[in-house]
Each structure stands twice: as structure tokens, then as C-alpha cells.
Ligand binder design. Structure first.
Ligand code: 8DG
Ligand code: MN
Ligand code: MN
Length: 392
């Protein structure tokens, strides 16, 4: 059995940023289980293992056909022993015992439910789990000390656990556009994150804001936030200012992958009418405390009082100077694995450091300028991959 030429072509490309990964593909029956194991490893703070499963899933997403037998995988990179074992079991028996027992394990379900609360990371969730908490309702009943993001996360959990639709993302986009034009005419906003990659739903909506005159964008975020607040459009926000220029490492050296843009994590109060879903989505969520996670053990509703007229939606705003726009756009479009692979490619294969601010050539000892994503791919010696094919 010789692998098809298409699969052979894929096989030479072991970095996800070398390949086109569309949103819809032929191997969900394999990638969903592998990504569940990846998620479980993440929740157990085993990053190496998590990335290995994600890379395995990503290569299967690029195949032009559904995998039928193990021989179909011959010559493919990124498939470690563990992933191959899981794939083999699914091909033979229709499911993997390891995956199914993980899926149904109390720890996995609880950690997923607890980290599903905005503001709650793996460390906090793990501590709560060891204290006996299993779901958002448990946290609400308990006397845990919560910071302000966790309080907001719990208060709006039902809404935040629903997917954000494309229509809702567009409605938020119009609000952000309006806010930005009010405080800085001429500024540009761009939809980034999953929606830019063509996803039909998301867990949040992400925007990048810039202004064609370098420097005009400075201090923009607090003004945008203030405008939104006076319009009563924000339920929560946390703004962090740009720390790139003043940081010790910068700008001589591009930073690690933490970036330092002015950014805002927020929760918008979106009029249901604004997104054109007044009825359907209001009714769909009625009487379903716990937000469709379907495993809150008790009937105890979360202490949320919400007029039916609006929905809480997570929104991320990032401001970049115009000179860094291409890097910011590339760095915030995702997917997370695609970004990771780009940086790994840059470092390992090109001796360059890529961040959401800049590209530094370590061999030449200089920055490589770029104003578009295309130029950055070209500096990296990669074929351009459009956003819709970055769904690794
Ligand atoms: P989703 O919301 O639909 O679930 O998917 P997503 O849009 O792909 O995920 P996201 O969590 O909203 O992240 C969007 C992109 O932003 C993703 O590529 C990762 C990137 N990103 C962060 N935080 C940071 C950060 O601190 N620095 C940089 N450079 N990128 C970040 O989420
Ligand atoms: Mn997003
Ligand atoms: Mn986001």
C-alpha cells in the first residue's frame, strides 16, 4: 500500500504553519478524541503532552480524505506512539477506552467546568477541585474569595458558556467601530481570532485596533473603555497598558511570546435585538442554568439576575501601533497551535524570533520590517497561508 501523492506532499511538512488547515475536514472522528486528550493534559498542566496531541490532531485535519486504516498514515509526521495507539483503537473499535474514560472522569469534567468560568485558570480550578468543588454552582455556594474577574465570570456564567454567533460578533464589531470613531476618528478596527479564520461561532470576539498615523493610537484604550462605559455597554473590563517600549528587554530584543500591547479583556452587554436573535436565543437559554454544560449536579441556579433583553459576551480588544500592525494581526489571528508553530519554525528553522510585535533575525542581528502578513510569511521562507487555513 503506497500512500497517495497528496499524503506524501503533506508528509514533508511537519510544522502546522507549512500546511493549509481548513476549518472543516474529514477526520473529526479522530481529531476530537485527540484534542480531548490534549485538553486533559492542559488541565493537568502537562504542556508537552498537550502539544503533542494537538500536533497529531492538526496533521489529520490537513488530510484530503478520512483515514480508513493505519497504512493511510504511513510517512506522516507529528504522530507519536501514544496518538497512533489512540487512532488505531478508534479505527478498530470505533472509540478509545482512554479517551472515553477521560471524557467521563469526574476530574476532567470538573476541571473543564471550573476553568470554564471566566477568570479561573488551571491552578485555581485544581485547588477548588481538591476542596471538593465541581461546578460553577458549587463555587457560587461556597465561601471562596473571588477576584473581580471571577465574580464577573460567575455572575455571567450562563451567557458566557453559550457560543457567540457570527451575527453577535458583527453586532459587537459595530459597537466597537462606533466607540473607536467617537474617541479617535480615522482609527481602524479589524476582527481577529477565530472569527477571522472563518469560524461560525466563538467563545469570545477579538478585535485589533490601530491608527495609520503612528503614535495616535497611544492611550486609546482607556478612552474607548470610558465611552463604552458611559453608554452602559460594559459589564466588566480589565485594561492593561502597553509595556513594550518601557520593558527592560525591549526593544533591543523581541520578547518571549507574551506580548505587551495595550489590551482589554471585557464582557460586553449586548442587546439581543442588536444581533438579530431576539427570540430564538432568549428562549433557547431559558430554564437552563449552568449554560448547557449539562452536568451541574444540583438544580441550584447560579445567582444571576438578567433581564432577558441582553446577553453577556466576552470581548478582547488589542491596540497596536501602525508599524507593528502586520505582526499583531498575524499573532492574534491564531489558531493557538498555528501561532506556536510559526514561532517554533522561526526559531528552529530560521534562527529568527517572532512575536506579535516584530521579527528579529538572530543571524543578521537585525529586525525584519513588514507591514502585511504576506511579507512576514515571506521573511520566514513560508508560503502564505490565509486565515481560513490557519485552523490547526
Ligand atoms: P475562540 O475564541 O473562538 O474560542 O478561538 P480563538 O479566537 O482562536 O481563541 P482566543 O482565545 O480568543 O485567542 C485568539 C488569538 O489570540 C489566539 O491566536 C491566541 C491569541 N492570544 C491570546 N492571548 C494572547 C497574548 O497574550 N499574546 C498574543 N500575542 N496572542 C494572544 O489569546
Ligand atoms: Mn477568540
Ligand atoms: Mn480572545
Amino acid at each position: 500500500h503506497t500512500p497517495s501523492p497528496v499524503i506524501s506532499a503533506v508528509s514533508a511538512k511537519s510544522y502546522a504553519c507549512q500546511r493549509r488547515t481548513p476549518l472543516k475536514h474529514h477526520n473529526l472522528f479522530l481529531t476530537e478524541p485527540l484534542e480531548l486528550l490534549a485538553e486533559n493534559a492542559e488541565l493537568g498542566e502537562n504542556e508537552g503532552r498537550s502539544v503533542a496531541f494537538r500536533r497529531a490532531a492538526a496533521i489529520l485535519k490537513t488530510l484530503p480524505l478520512a483515514v480508513k486504516r493505519m497504512e493511510d498514515l504511513q510517512g506522516l509526521p507529528c504522530l507519536g506512539d501514544h496518538s497512533l495507539r489512540v487512532v488505531k483503537e478508534i479505527l478498530e473499535y470505533g472509540s478509545s477506552q482512554e479517551v472515553e474514560s477521560t471524557r467521563h472522569s469526574e476530574q476532567f469534567q470538573a476541571m473543564k467546568a471550573l476553568t470554564g468560568i471566566f477568570g479561573v485558570g488551571v491552578k485555581t480550578a485544581d485547588r477548588w477541585f481538591r476542596e471538593g468543588l465541581r461546578c460553577p454552582a458549587d463555587v457560587a455556594k461556597s465561601e471562596q474569595r473571588l477576584n473581580s474577574s471571577q465574580q464577573a465570570g460567575l455572575l455571567h456564567h450562563e451567557d458566557l458558556s453559550q457560543h457567540v454567533s457570527r451575527a453577535e460578533a458583527d453586532a459587537i464589531g459595530q459597537i466597537v467601530e462606533r466607540a473607536v470613531q467617537e474617541v479617535l476618528p480615522g482609527a481602524h478596527i479589524t476582527l481577529i481570532g477565530g472569527f477571522r479564520r472563518g469560524k461560525e461561532t466563538g467563545h469570545d470576539v477579538d478585535f485589533l485596533i490601530t491608527h495609520p498615523e503612528e503614535g495616535k493610537e497611544e492611550g486609546l484604550m482607556p478612552k474607548v473603555v470610558q465611552w463604552l462605559e458611559t453608554q452602559d455597554l460594559l459589564l466588566y473590563q480589565k485594561t492593561t497598558r502597553n509595556s513594550y517600549l518601557e520593558s527592560k528587554e525591549g526593544p533591543a530584543r523581541p520578547p518571549n511570546n507574551m506580548d505587551r500591547f495595550e489590551r482589554c479583556f471585557s464582557i460586553f452587554k449586548l442587546e439581543r435585538r442588536a444581533s438579530g436573535e431576539a427570540h430564538s436565543s432568549a428562549q433557547a437559554t431559558e430554564g437552563e442554568p449552568g449554560g448547557g454544560e449539562g452536568r451541574a449536579p444540583g438544580p441550584e441556579p447560579l445567582p444571576q439576575r438578567r433581564p432577558a433583553g441582553w446577553k453577556a459576551v466576552r470581548v478582547d480588544l488589542v491596540v497596536s501601533p501602525f508599524s507593528q500592525f502586520g505582526f499583531a494581526l498575524l499573532g492574534w489571528t491564531g489558531s493557538k497551535l498555528f501561532e506556536r508553530e510559526l514561532r517554533r519554525w522561526a526559531g528552529r528553522e530560521k534562527n529568527m524570533s517572532l512575536s506579535s510585535h516584530a521579527l528579529y533575525d538572530n543571524s543578521k542581528g537585525c529586525y525584519l520590517r513588514a507591514s502585511t502578513e504576506e511579507e512576514i510569511f515571506s521573511h520566514l521562507g513560508l508560503d502564505y497561508i490565509p486565515p481560513c487555513d490557519r485552523n490547526a
